[in-house]
Design a protein around this ligand. Structure first.
Ligand code: AMP
Length: 249
């Protein structure tokens, strides 16, 4: 069974993001970039399925600028077998990425596509769902457990207030939640081995996909600064403030 994993290059989760001076977006110049954390979980899930004998090949795919090659090399170092970069300097929105991934799926015929539940830069939480819809495949989002059985998969999903277990037929799309696994550390020997693995690059035009943005960002602003708090002398003063100043009780 072949598994396709989508990995996005995003601002590292440890970086304090800053809004660009002209309010057109977030500053990415000279900022540390890494693989989207949910996508690391997706690669780890695929590698564990391969280690368990349930998968035979893992193909990592990233869409974006040439530097996404680094993200793909990380996926290869975790254990993906080969990588595909869909290279473009256009701003990619979830629908465009879903269309690109659909075209790759038609070329590669994977049985399973694993994506992160959301990218931590724009928090869209759309690509996996759109991909499943475009392909007409079943989807199981926010997975915290994946079990393959026969022609299908049993997926435990994190939903409000509990866990939901669903059964889906393959081929299917799964998106990962935080508790699915803890990705392994990438070792130096594996980084070296990853350099020798195949990384194919192609352009969106070669896949026949128009990636032009469908939404225009009007502006991006910093959240309002929180006002400093105050200390009250006792519970009576607190109740008084809540009742008369904040008017919340
Ligand atoms: P989003 O819908 O933007 O929150 O992204 C959800 C998931 O879709 C991510 O965790 C990735 O697995 C995948 N994805 C989004 N954008 C890209 C991209 N440019 N390249 C590869 N995968 C992507």
């Amino acid at each position: 069974m072949k598994i396709l994993v989508a990995v996005k290059r995003v601002v590292d989760f440890n970086v304090k993001v800053r809004v660009k001076a002209d309010n057109t977006g977030v500053e990415t110049a000279n900022v540390k970039m890494s693989m989207n954390p949910f996508d690391e979980i997706a690669v780890e899930a695929a590698v564990r399925l391969k280690e368990a004998g349930a998968a035979t090949e893992i193909v990592a795919v990233s869409c974006g600028v040439q530097a996404c090659q680094e993200t793909l090399r990380t996926a290869l170092a975790i254990g993906a077998d080969r990588a595909i970069l869909v290279e473009t300097s256009e701003e990619l929105q979830p629908l465009a990425v879903a269309k690109l991934l659909k075209a790759i799926c038609q070329k590669e015929s994977p049985q399973l596509v694993i994506l992160g539940k959301q990218a931590i830069d724009d928090d869209a939480n759309q690509t996996g769902q759109m991909l499943a819809a475009l392909l007409g495949w079943p989807q199981a989002t926010f997975a915290s457990k994946i079990e393959l059985a026969g022609q299908g998969a049993k997926v435990t999903r994190e939903v409000d207030g509990g866990l939901e277990t669903v059964s889906i037929k393959l081929p299917a799309v799964i998106t990962t939640d935080l508790r699915l696994n803890e990705p392994r550390y990438v070792t130096l020997p594996n980084i070296m081995k990853a350099k020798k693995k195949t990384l194919e690059a192609l352009k969106p035009e070669a896949l026949g996909v128009d990636v032009a943005p469908r939404l225009a960002t009007l502006k991006v602003v910093e959240p309002a600064k929180r006002k400093a708090g105050i200390k009250v002398a006792d519970a009576k003063a607190l109740v008084d403030k809540l009742r008369n100043d904040a008017k919340v009780i």
